[in-house]
Ligand binder design. Structure first.
Ligand SMILES: *[C@@H]1O[C@H](CO)[C@@H](O)[C@H](O)[C@H]1NC(C)=O
Ligand SMILES: *[C@@H]1O[C@H](CO)[C@@H](O)[C@H](O)[C@H]1NC(C)=O
Length: 282
């Protein structure tokens, strides 16, 4: 278990926080970026294929340019069928993940053509008015980028999917709180994968035949391994350069404190690796 802890990138990622408690290095931007890209590809796919034909499996892209090219091409095809560009709603738009989603929309040309094609929501909007939100139902694509830290009212209610004003056909839940009892998007219950990126949502009776798919991949940044790794290493490098003085540097002091706290919660006998790690660190 300690071994898993030592290797699990999400734990390590969470381990290195700055003074303000913000992560020193995180993959959030590219999670949002890749999530929005897949959501737009899925939107176009639905318009150009039969309802029961699931979106094809994805492979990691050699670089961002290649991904943008595919997204633009898909959006063009979708636009031709739909007669309009997709309207995208990003919730959590000001965070790392949300800025990635909005950044993708920009690079895919949505915001150049119609500046408010992406509706950007963050805490002011969601605190001013609790969910569920009809605005989500009336968008073509919804990208969820919130950081769920407490129980909040759901963003979507399953019944609202039968609304005749529903345009929503793709949800990308970048936050991916699939099994969290407070998941604000309680319309799906599995995680999807790159080889099988979408799961169809079972619509309530009386709903229109506009399909609805969810993308709930919890390792989205690996769609863009090059850019995601470069961004992560750029963020982490300054702290790594301080590692030689790790006992006096706040980031590493906190990382050690958290490591010890987590190790203390492990059952007896599981901590062999801890001694080994402490020894190798000093
Ligand atoms: C990006 O990837 C594409 C195809 O995967 C390749 O043709 C192109 O040369 C790459 N561009 C750069 C700048 O590496
Ligand atoms: C889905 O992914 C999330 C995030 O990694 C994880 O917490 C959850 O346990 C996963 N749920 C399922 C059903 O695999």
């Amino acid at each position: 278990m300690v071994d898993r802890f030592r290797r699990d990138p999400s734990v390590n990622e969470a381990n290195t926080k700055s003074e303000k408690g913000r992560r020193v290095a995180a993959f959030g931007y590219h999670a949002g970026f890749a999530g929005a890209a897949l959501a737009l590809i899925a939107w176009a796919w639905q318009l150009t294929h039969a309802n029961d034909e699931p979106l094809y499996g994805m492979k990691p892209y050699e670089n961002e340019t290649a991904l943008i090219k595919d997204v633009k091409h898909a959006v063009e095809e979708g636009k031709e069928k739909a007669g309009h560009l997709p309207r995208v709603l990003v919730i959590g738009a000001l965070g790392r993940c949300g800025s990635g989603a909005v950044g993708l929309c920009k690079k895919a040309g949505l915001l150049e053509i119609i500046p408010d094609q992406a509706q950007k929501w963050d805490l002011p909007e969601t605190s001013a008015k609790p969910g569920p939100y009809q605005e989500i139902i009336e968008s073509d694509v919804f990208v969820n980028c919130i950081y769920l830290s407490a129980k909040i009212p759901p963003f979507i209610e399953p019944q609202s999917l039968s609304s005749h004003d529903r345009k929503l056909s793709v949800v990308c839940d970048v936050s991916c709180d699939t099994t969290n009892p407070h998941n604000p998007i309680p319309i799906y219950d599995i995680n999807t994968t790159f080889s099988n990126p979408t799961v169809p949502v079972k619509l309530p009776s009386g709903a229109s035949d506009v399909p609805l798919s969810v993308i709930s991949i919890d390792h989205l940044p690996s769609l863009l391994p090059r850019e995601a790794s470069e961004a992560f290493s750029n963020q982490l490098l300054p702290s790594l350069l301080e590692l030689k003085d790790w006992k006096n540097v706040r980031v590493w002091q906190q990382a050690e404190k958290l490591f010890d706290e987590k190790c203390a919660t492990l059952p007896d006998g599981a901590v062999d690796g801890k001694a080994e790690l402490s020894a190798s660190q000093s």
